[in-house]
Design a protein around this ligand. Structure first.
Ligand code: ATP
Ligand code: MG
Length: 410
């Protein structure tokens, strides 16, 4: 019989290793709530046009990395390579944003990439979108969000690389100068970049194959008009006030088309350069209009959970359990099951074997589950007691059944 393997570029994560992932998700939800972000649930797939237009036709993502197919109704569908376009599409569909809308998401993204460490075809992002605000304070808040999340996930030595790419008019002037510059050094560029010189020269700045040419290219900051420049000053002052370490990176443009003004990436200094960013974000004031909505300023970020996993020093709790119930008297199995049920309803994490086993075998399972304690249901039960064993010290004591929940929580 043939056996199956997960598709190339995808990963299975099973217990107990998935403990880190559950932890990463819970911390993300916690930080999102602390910062006042609600939850956005959108489809894992969209009309291909949502991404083709929303992400931008000349980007790596749209040109090379989309999982697109025709469904049985003949529609062109794409598995989401990122979620910002979906969240904005959803906000427009819901009638647009009145005031502010702060939304977060978590889940798999799909990109047809060359798989390597930290780069997969299905990967996970947690992200936030701050819709309806053009204030630099919103940029600062979103930048801080990612930084605090990485702090909570114990990713050491994170540096925020930050740049401004200006507004549409600034980008147009930058573009003209970039084309001139790249045409002068055309022969040194990779074929992909050569193709983009005239269609989308900003994208060339994001190429990983042309770093020498890029280093001397005209920078977005050379073409900045007053308002975006002031905006950027305010963003920098804001993150300085919060003591978030950052580096001005005048070559940073980011891979997706919709950004303007602030763009940033989170880079752990201990990390190798090829897949260095564990997250990134930016302002995207033009995206609502691109997707057919009313002009709505917005800023957001996406954190790359797979790469945070590689960089994180966080150790989630080794055990899934507060206690393991051992049945020493087979006639008390139903009572033991009932006790397990009661303790679970009290909020405790409890397990027991699925069938009659020797006491020795049950303790072995308790040890393997790394439970902190075991409760023995045996002779003492008729006197209203159970034996509780501390599985680290081996100490054992008898506790009234009614008090066991309170005792375990203490
Ligand atoms: P890169 O330049 O490394 O390809 P990107 O600019 O394409 O990254 P974004 O689209 O900004 O990445 O996505 C935000 C985050 O998602 C990245 O910082 C990274 O941590 C993560 N990420 C992006 N693509 C992948 C992938 N194929 N596998 C794992 N993580 C990814
Ligand atoms: Mg990429």
């Amino acid at each position: 019989m043939s056996t199956f393997r997960a598709p190339k570029g995808t990963n299975d994560v099973l217990p107990p290793d998935s403990g880190w992932w559950r932890h990463a998700y819970r911390v993300f939800e916690d930080v999102a709530e602390q910062f006042g972000y609600g939850l956005a649930l959108t489809p894992l797939f969209e009309d291909t046009e949502v991404f083709a237009r929303g992400v931008g036709g000349d980007t790596e993502v749209v040109e090379k990395q989309m999982y697109s197919f025709l469904d049985k109704g003949g529609r062109s569908i794409t598995l989401r390579p990122e979620a910002t376009a979906s969240v904005v599409r959803a906000a427009i569909q819901a009638g647009g944003v009145q005031g502010r809308l702060k939304a977060s998401y978590w889940g798999p993204m799909f990109r047809y990439e060359r798989p390597q460490k930290g780069r997969y075809r299905q990967f996970y992002q947690g992200g936030v979108e701050y819709l309806g605000s053009g204030s630099p304070e919103a940029d600062v808040e979103v930048i801080e969000f990612g930084y605090r999340y990485l702090e909570r996930m114990r990713v050491p030595h994170v540096d925020v690389h930050i740049n401004t790419i200006g507004d549409a008019a600034d980008r147009a002037r930058h573009r003209t100068e970039l084309i001139k510059y790249f045409l002068e050094r055309f022969d040194e560029l990779s074929p992909d970049s050569q193709r983009r010189v005239e269609t989308n020269p900003m994208r060339v700045l994001d190429s990983k194959a042309d770093t020498d040419v890029i280093a001397d290219a005209p920078k977005p900051s050379d073409f900045l008009s007053d308002e975006p420049a002031e905006h950027f000053d305010a963003v920098r002052a804001g993150i300085e006030a919060l003591s978030i370490p950052y580096t001005l990176d005048s070559t940073l443009v980011r891979g997706l088309d919709y950004y303007n003004r602030s763009v940033w990436e989170y880079i752990p200094r201990t990390y190798d350069a090829a897949q260095s960013s564990v997250g990134g974000g930016g302002r995207y004031d033009g995206l609502f209009e691109i997707l057919g909505g009313k002009p709505t300023p917005a800023v957001g970020l996406a954190m790359g959970v797979d790469r945070i996993f590689l960089a994180s020093e966080a150790a989630p709790p080794r055990s899934l359990l507060d206690t393991f119930v051992v049945v020493a008297d087979d006639k008390k199995r139903t009572e033991a099951r009932t006790l397990v049920s009661e303790l679970r309803r009290e909020g405790l994490r409890v397990d027991m074997t699925d069938t009659v086993r020797s006491v020795k075998a049950q303790f072995k399972e308790a040890d393997r589950s790394a439970s902190a304690t075991a409760i023995v249901v045996g002779d003492e039960w008729s006197s209203g007691l159970v034996a509780v064993k501390d599985l680290k010290t081996g100490e054992q004591q008898e506790i009234p059944i009614k008090e066991i929940g309170r005792w375990l929580r203490a």
